[in-house]
Ligand binder design. Sequence first.
Ligand code: ADP
Ligand code: MG
Length: 629
Amino acid sequence: MRSVAYAKLWERHGEAYTTALCAVFVAAGWFASRAGVGLVGTNALYLLGYVLGGYRQAIEGTRTLVKDRELDVDLLMVVAAIGAAAIGYWFDGALLIFIFASSGTLEGYAGARTKRDIEALMALHPEDALVVRDGREERVRADTLGVSDTVLVRPGERIAADGRVVEGFSAVNQAAITGESIAVDRGPGDEVFAGTINGHGALRVTVTRPGGDTLLARMVKLVEDARERRPPAQLFIERFERTYAKVVVIGAILVVALPSLAGWWTFRQALYRAMIFLVVASPCALAASMMPTLLSALSNGARNGILFKGSAFIEALGRVRAMAFDKTGTVTAGRPVVTDVLSFSVAADDELLAIAAGVERLSEHPLARSIVAEAERRNLAVVAASDLQAIPGEGAHATVGGQRWSIGKSSLFGTVSNEISTRQHGLEADGKTVVLIGDGRAQGLIALRDTIRPRAREAIHALVDLGIRPMVLLTGDTRETAAAIGRELGIVEIHAGLLPEDKVSVVQELTRRCGQVAMVGDGVNDAPALASSTVGIAMGVTGTDVALETADIVLTTDELEKIAYAVALGRRALRVVKQNLVLALGMMVVLVGSDLLGWITLPWGVVGHEGSTLLVTLNGLRLLRSSKR
Ligand code: ADP
Ligand code: MG
């Protein structure tokens, strides 16, 4: 046990300890030389400092050199330090090693921070749950829970599963999912999520997602993947860094050779200048310009309900000009309610509804669920249907009682009487969605009203304030319904009656018109458009799996106002990366110039070089702080 604890401590802080010891020996060496201790004594102290501060980089760098035949910057630093010692500048070299080791340690902590954020997320998932099986309560591991298991949640406990409350009332703290630790009231019919904390009431919950696939588990997986994936710009910098390291070595050789051959500097002077060159021309600051910044933004997003699937999408979102929104399930809550059922044939209203519900019971569409729910509410005997054929964006066909029935848009039907059309347009003008039902010929209609999400209007306004223009509404629904919803939201540009592939064309047209386009959606029919936009954004809670898979960014709380926060975060990240690149390159030019002109000593070169590396790293870490929005 003990040794395990030590190993862990070493893994986390070992670099800090050796760096601190390095500092002690370098300082001791300096005092010894001041106190008149002989060269052997002081150099022995410095040597210990070199070894403690530089052995990691030396081993790492040699390995890269031997295995990959690549030069890395760490090795250059070690070589510069050894070179300095070789010509008698022991202290200068030791200082280089110490400062280099310190900044390496600090960068390590920055990386560890995002890793800790992920581990903290995982720790939120309770290990076990109290489940009721065959009337008995037993404790099982949370990842073995299956859909429709019943779980008991005691007051104050962390909820172990995603599910729906069937009994009990409580206030649930959803901070784990939403990032806001305000308790929300939960009662029968409401959704609860794994990782959130139950308040004072006891709840009985029916599991709706298998234990290994809860929203929280998905989030953790997404954040982990995002950390692994590096943006193209960073990959470019890394490749550039390798090539550039060779250029630095050649440059250093030239700095030794030319001036000493030309007789400007003595050989020893030239060697000293070359060592400074090795240090200040190295692209450390350049390399640190991007990753700490983007990783910080990534972890900031994760804490605020925005999951970027890769750091490249942070930048991409910062550049977005136009935005397209799907209507049903995205700007609307996706829980439509049936308001009218009208038959225009000999069949009774309820008879048609029973058939419709039979067909829709086989479908996953948000409208389908509402139609089934209405039939159940009216206590109708739902007719059995089979052979469902879903037509995304239009409707569905299925066989009922030996007949082929259709439900959906008028395009599915051969003939629609004037009487039905007139009634349909009237209902649509009120913002209701109307679906027709019939066997080849439309026989009746069902009207549903979906409410727009709370604060959707404010979310759209916030984006307009950020200069995102145009904002576009895309829907498979009809123009009348879409226009009514658009008016409510303040979106003027509306494309209605779209099939999934039409959504793609609209997104492509927007891309040509405006450059970078974000698409926000939830459904199977949105997936192609999500894929073809610059950045696809999916609703994490109500969104379908396909949409979640395809999107580049997932809103874990389905709150549209998070999009404006994410855009602002992306822009901040872009700004900081730009500042960093300017600082890194500028500092490099100044330092190389000062070296060649003979203005700076090695310690100053080191301080300037490492200082700029540290500065860009710290500048990047600023993105860990949540901004007000
Ligand atoms: P949106 O693009 O707004 O998310 P969809 O493309 O999913 O909407 O659906 C567009 C239209 O197609 C709906 O308004 C409805 O008229 C019809 N529709 C699609 N699927 C079904 C279904 N299963 N049952 C009834 N109507 C459907
Ligand atoms: Mg949709």
